[in-house]
Design a binder for this molecule. Structure first.
Ligand SMILES: *[C@@H]1O[C@H](CO)[C@@H](O)[C@H](O)[C@H]1NC(C)=O
Length: 174
């Protein structure tokens, strides 16, 4: 367990800011039909970005969505990222014409050898043509959804811990 925690802490960036990744504050709200860019920008220690060292992965609902590893591949035609942007540290996910089905958590994994960072953002899509519904109340969550929610809690908790490690209380404050 300790090892898992340490590994996660490492992934989340406790090993002190070599590779910095930033997202917009969660949740992002959009309207059905909008083109949405989910921000995920990264800074490497010594720019420019060497694309041969870079792997970018976007996950949605725990499944791979868009990946850059030598080339950009996507599991959906309406989701992509800009190869040009990557050169300047912009790995933002571009979603065209979102619908309420696109609501949920998106994770951005940036690997710039040997560093890895994971960030997560939630997207909420409002669809005025649909009667507002609370999907969570409407149908019982599946086991997978519950597991993902637990993962989300753990990641949030770890991010808080990481935040504290990054800004330690000065030693003279005892
Ligand atoms: C990153 O790229 C997206 C989509 O191309 C763009 O909307 C956004 O403004 C860019 N962000 C930065 C910080 O360059």
């Amino acid at each position: 367990m300790t090892l898992i925690l340490l590994t996660l802490l490492c992934l989340l960036g406790a090993s002190s800011g070599k590779l910095a990744v930033e997202m917009d504050p969660s949740p992002i709200t959009a309207k059905a039909g909008d083109d949405v860019a989910l921000k995920c920008v990264f800074k490497v220690v010594s720019p420019p970005v060497d694309l041969s060292q870079l792997v970018v992965q976007w996950f949605y609902h725990g499944g791979p969505l868009v990946e850059f590893d030598e080339e950009v591949t996507s599991t959906r035609p309406d989701a992509t990222l800009s190869l040009e942007g990557l050169r300047s540290g912009n790995a933002s996910l571009l979603l065209s014409k979102v619908s309420s089905r696109d609501t949920g958590n998106y994770r951005c994994y940036i690997t710039y050898a040997p560093d890895i960072r994971i960030k997560q953002v939630a997207l909420e899509v409002e669809d005025p043509t649909q009667i507002p519904s609370k999907p969570k109340g409407a149908c019982p969550p599946t086991v997978d959804a519950q597991l993902l929610q637990k993962m989300d809690h753990i990641i949030r908790a770890l991010e808080q811990i990481v935040g504290k490690l990054d800004h330690p209380v000065p030693p003279n404050r005892r």
